[in-house]
Design a protein around this ligand. Structure first.
Ligand SMILES: C[S@@+](CC[C@H](N)C(=O)[O-])C[C@H]1O[C@@H](n2cnc3c(N)ncnc32)[C@H](O)[C@@H]1O
Length: 201
């Protein structure tokens, strides 16, 4: 959960903590086209990879993360606006975006169902959701370990949950044509999926 004062230590450490996932970013973000929204942009690690976006909006509720993302946005060749907002109630009209990008954020959003509904609302019909997320394990003993560690992990990692299933959330919210790729070993303690889907046209 985002405390009103944010997570200054996590924001300062995030770039290093996220290094193992660096290879996943360009593959997802390079696909974003047109008017793009990134939810929970963090420190802005994806920003340099938006090669085909014409206009970029990002939301981020944590002021420490947001400051870093704004600094990264300076000097990019596309216009970038970083908004102080959470994904559960976004300050955009219906059907405003061609693409929504979510990387490693549905683990942390306090109300992921509301956020998934908002993603569908702000996407234009036929618009694309691109995602990379860590998910609950499909291996029974690993999932059991995730559930045991999860309460402590949430406290240490700014509200991050280990046991969520964002792809099921997207489907329930109305994202169609879902393509999902599982990455890494089946026994990974923090399995990662990448993929995309569309708002029904
Ligand atoms: C693990 S970080 C990932 C940051 C970034 N997406 C990335 O890939 O590097 C999770 C991010 O989710 C943000 N977050 C937390 N609650 C949120 C909410 N309700 N809506 C949008 N983002 C949120 C956090 O502030 C943090 O920046």
């Amino acid at each position: 959960m985002i405390r009103p004062e944010g997570h200054p230590i996590l924001a300062a450490a995030l770039d290093v903590l996220m290094l193992p996932l660096a290879g996943v970013r360009p593959r997802i973000v390079n696909l974003a086209e047109g008017r793009v929204l990134e939810i929970g942009v963090g420190t802005g690690l994806n920003l340099a990879h938006y090669e085909r976006a014409t206009e970029l909006h990002a939301i981020e509720p944590d002021p420490h993360m947001r400051r870093r993302a704004e600094a990264r946005a300076h000097g990019l060749s596309i216009p970038v606006t970083v908004h102080a907002a959470g994904a559960e109630a976004m300050p955009f009209p219906d059907a405003f975006f061609d693409t929504v990008v979510a990387t490693f954020v549905f683990c942390t959003i306090p109300d992921p169902e509301a956020a998934a509904a908002e993603v569908v609302r702000v996407l234009r019909p036929g618009g694309r959701l691109l995602f990379a997320e860590h998910v609950r394990s499909t291996v029974g003993p690993v999932y059991a370990a995730q559930r045991t560690v999860d309460p402590l992990w949430q406290r240490l990692a700014g509200g991050c949950h280990l046991t969520r299933d964002p792809v099921a959330l997207f489907a329930a919210a109305g994202v169609t044509e879902l393509e999902v790729h599982r990455r890494g070993a089946a026994w990974a303690p923090m399995p990662v999926v990448t993929g995309q889907g569309r708002r029904a046209g």
